[in-house]
Design a protein around this ligand. Structure first.
Ligand SMILES: [Fe+2]
Length: 899
């Protein structure tokens, strides 16, 4: 005797979208079991019709008859009517008819009373049968030999395999789809397959689902029935994941000035891969891909939600030549955040987007810090909300202590490093770049640190730290200086660690390589409180270093190491791990919207003539520069937080220290908060991985996992595949380290360097994105008259122009804002995790640790002894607090890199 079931399908309409009342979904259900001949059982078919609807959800239901012995339903194939619009399938839930939410009398002609009696009887019999069959099957399973399958293990103690065996055809089944499906006429040769929330390693896949598992992966790789791969230009509705080089940043057909090298695929410009779009090549440069007016392709499920899409400008200009006029005085700078300024001529189209109005129009009220409109209605004024740092102390930008503190608790805490050897020396070829010796001589530094400690002692006691941008920037100085209204130096900034754990800047060294027939030029600047000229030179030197730090932060620490490097992991995940794979389900939240935000970046931020090139010191060489750093420095293993700290000398292994690490600077807010988050992540991932992989054999037998890891190296980062830093994947411990590193980059690393951009860099004197003119003393010891008579105007000329400053402030504001539908780490359990009690328990522990982190951060920020976190007028360090409201809050850790 078969069983009647109800398949309930929740579909989320787009905003203001209405589906026709006779709309239908065609469903086909697959058994997890094979028939007695070892073949797939015939699919059960059902037609789901609209049952209920609201603004947020349509509920469709289908009544299906499941024949006796069919086994558990493990997959569902969904089809739409020909020529209908796409649908977002949220969840499919299958349960016995007795448990239906359908109102009596809605699905058949029985009268209400008869219908209810019938339903109660069905439910009663179903429950009795369910209990009996479950008990019988479980008892049998304990005495049955394990199925002979690739990679199978005999364990049942950890829950999942045993649970699978205990499932029956009466058990309710949930399919958490969260995916777009297209009408058959658009994608005729692919079936949309969804698997239930139970996760299976390949070797433990129920036999009836093996072919479907392979079919779905082949679809995602664009493999066709004839064995070829679809290499056509991708269309927005497709869901094919493939790789390509960064060859669509330039636009040579429009203007030869916008020709850019291909990043990736060469020794000169190695780079991670992006998602392939297959657009035609440009006419003038056959290695480059044409740019298009609309959105660049990403697979359909990678697109932003409609709520998130509203947070980004719909029609921001893709290239703008920005005006070069400097602010006339600092009063005018302050007006940006008070009464507003006139919109500058030749400004960027992004300024037309009113992000604050968008935040205010959301269902939730915007936080007070972002209440004012950027652009006043019916006005030509441009007005920004005061950034947090400016609100708290308008003179903070002049503080040397804050300049140093920012390296530990600012938006770029990733570059400060311990001075491990002395004297500092360049590794560049002296024939090209001049003498290698640093201007930081022992004599000079001894004078700067005083007589209480020698330089040797300071090194031995780990008292000297440096921001060293000398070698990486020197290689671009001559190129960058060929562009008008920008300049560049190699730079080093030396810091001394005081006894109260604060850093104090000792000196800045700026170096220009030999060029234009002139020899290398270098000069050391030191803080001064005595002489006016020295005070102003120091301020200018700081502006240059801050511009360098802005470049490295934006192009390397933020873009390259998080946004860019995560994309190939996401592509490989979708191509090689089935959606029912436990590691797919573990990592998938960490890739939400990553490909879309990266495609947006290629459209308007990192492209030739885009926002980054227009506003950062390296200008047209910004992306080349990020390729250089990828080549010289990037390794997978050092992306893990502990390894990153050790690499920079900011920590050393110590089993007795918290987290097994002794920090070189005890009050290092980013490291202290980050290590708690890192450790919580590792513990969660350890329990998760060990649950599915009890031993090394389980790892070795997982061919999907092996293919995923190999593809990350071979196709995602092929230019680095033979270099050091890739862990082997042979044990559960290896896997824990790999997934923890990826997850950390997606959540902790990105959040730390993204969500306080506006707070600290919105007011550009604190952190200019560009320094536009050379130091007034370059090549000469004579102080120019203009500088003597009006140093403020020289400073403002060096700072970003009005058009640049407002473009950067607007961009930072957008990037620093959380969307109302942000998914914060640990806040909500994924349906597939909740399915398994062991995983659900591990997640609860993870969540509790994150809740504790919130409180720990609050306590730390109240502790006056932690001077790098607390002080008069300082912005408290909250950026790694896991949760947040929406908008610009300076805290909150989403799972993924999506802004
Ligand atoms: Fe970001």
């Amino acid at each position: 005797m078969g069983v009647s079931k109800i398949a309930s399908v929740d579909v989320i309409p787009k905003i203001n979208e209405q589906f026709p009342s006779d709309d239908t979904l065609f469903l086909k259900f697959a058994s997890s079991d094979l028939d007695s001949d070892g073949k797939e059982k015939a699919l059960i078919e059902g037609v789901a019709k609209i049952h209920k609807k609201s603004d947020q959800k349509y509920n469709y239901v289908a009544k299906i008859e499941v024949p006796e012995g069919f086994g558990e339903i493990g997959a569902v194939i969904v089809e739409l009517k020909e020529n209908s619009t796409e649908r977002f399938i949220d969840t499919i839930f299958i349960k016995n008819l007795g448990g239906s939410t359908i109102e009596p009398g809605e699905t058949d002609g029985l009268s209400g009373m008869i219908r209810r009696i019938y339903t109660y009887l069905v439910v009663l019999f179903a429950i009795i049968r369910l209990v009996l069959e479950s008990v019988t099957r479980c008892i049998k399973s304990l005495f049955r030999a394990p199925p002979v399958q690739q990679g199978s293990t005999t364990t049942g103690a950890l829950g999942s395999p045993l649970n699978a065996n205990c499932s029956t055809s009466e058990t309710p089944v949930t399919f958490s789809c969260n995916s777009w499906i297209q009408p058959k006429n658009l994608i005729p040769d692919q079936r949309r397959i969804f698997f239930s929330t139970k996760s299976y390693l390949p070797g433990k896949t129920p036999a009836g689902l093996l072919k479907l598992r392979k079919e779905d992966l082949a679809n995602l790789r664009g493999e066709k029935a004839d064995g070829t791969t679809d290499k056509n230009e991708r269309k927005a509705f497709e869901r094919i994941y493939d790789y390509d080089v960064y060859n669509d940043l330039g636009d040579p057909d429009i203007d030869p000035e916008w020709t850019r090298p291909v990043l990736g695929g060469s020794d000169e410009y190695p780079y991670p891969r992006r998602c392939r779009t297959g657009r035609p090549h440009t006419t003038l440069d056959r290695s480059s891909e044409k740019r298009v007016e609309g959105d660049f392709y990403v697979p359909r499920d990678e697109a932003f939600s409609e709520v998130k899409q509203k947070m980004f400008p719909p029609n921001a200009g893709k290239k703008n030549k920005l005006g070069t006029n400097p602010f006339p005085n600092f009063t005018e700078v302050d007006l940006m955040f008070r009464d507003g300024i006139e919109i500058p001529p030749s400004s960027h189209d992004i300024l037309k987007f009113n992000i604050i109005a968008t935040l205010n129009s959301s269902d939730q009220p915007a936080p007070p810090s972002v209440q004012p409109d950027i652009i006043q209605p019916d006005s030509t004024k441009l007005k920004f909300p005061p950034p947090e740092a400016l609100k708290r102390d308008k003179f903070l930008w002049l503080s040397d202590g804050e300049f140093a503190r920012q390296t530990l608790a600012g938006l770029n805490p990733y570059c400060i490093q311990l001075v491990k050897s002395w004297p500092l020396k360049s590794e560049l070829n002296p024939e090209d770049y001049g003498p290698q010796e640093s201007g930081f001589t022992t004599e000079l530094v001894q004078k700067l640190i005083g007589i209480s400690i020698t330089v040797e002692e300071a090194i031995a006691q780990k008292k000297l730290f440096v921001l060293d941008y000398h070698d990486i920037l020197m290689q671009y100085v001559e190129k960058v200086r060929s562009i008008r209204w920008t300049t560049l130096y190699g730079s080093r900034t030396l810091f001394f660690l005081n006894s109260d754990d604060t850093l104090e800047p000792l000196a800045i060294e700026l170096t220009r390589p030999p060029m234009d027939g002139k020899p290398q030029w270098k000069k050391v600047y030191t803080p001064s409180i005595d002489h006016a000229t020295d005070i102003w030179l120091w301020r200018l030197a700081k502006a240059h270093v801050l511009a360098h730090d802005s470049c490295v932060h934006q192009l390397v620490v933020h873009w390259l190491r998080t946004h860019c490097c995560m994309e190939p992991y996401a592509i490989a995940l979708n191509r090689q791990l089935s959606t029912m794979h436990p590691i797919y389900r573990l990592l998938h939240p960490h890739f939400r919207f990553n490909m879309r935000i990266n495609a947006n970046a290629r459209e308007i931020l990192i492209n030739a003539g885009g926002i980054i090139e227009s506003t950062f010191s390296a200008r047209g060489y910004c992306m080349e520069f990020s390729s250089l750093v990828y080549k010289k420095e990037w390794q997978f293993d050092t992306q893990a937080l502990p390894e990153d700290l050790i690499r920079r000398g900011m920590a050393e292994r110590d089993d007795k220290a918290p987290h097994g690490l002794k920090l070189a600077i005890k009050d290092y807010p980013f490291a202290n908060d980050g290590l708690i988050l890192w450790e919580a992540l590792v513990e969660w991932m350890t329990e998760y991985v060990n649950h599915y992989y009890p031993d090394d054999k389980a790892i070795k037998n997982d061919k999907e996992l092996e293919a995923w890891w190999n593809e990350i190296k071979e196709k995602g980062h092929p230019d680095k595949k033979n270099e050091a830093g890739w862990p082997t994947l042979e044990t559960p411990k290896d896997l824990i380290q790999i997934v923890s590193t990826i997850a950390w980059v997606g959540c902790g690393h990105h959040s730390a360097v993204n969500f306080i951009q506006y707070a600290h860099a919105g007011y550009f004197p604190s952190r200019p994105s560009i320094a536009r003119i050379n130091m007034p003393t370059e090549d000469f010891d004579i102080i120019p008259e203009k500088f003597i008579n009006n140093p403020e105007s020289v400073m403002l000329e060096a700072f970003p122009s009005i058009a640049q400053a407002s473009t950067v402030a607007q961009t930072m504001l957008i990037l620093s804002a959380h969307s109302p539908d942000e998914e914060y780490i640990g806040k909500k359990i994924e349906p597939a995790w909740a399915e398994d009690p062991m995983i659900a328990k591990a997640f609860d522990k993870f969540k509790m640790k994150l809740d504790k982190l919130e409180k720990t951060i609050d306590q730390r920020n109240e502790n006056s002894e932690l001077k790098n976190r607390r002080g008069v007028g300082l912005v408290p360090y909250e950026v790694l607090k896991p949760t947040s409201g929406f908008g610009v809050t300076g805290k909150g850790v989403p799972y993924s890199v999506s802004t």
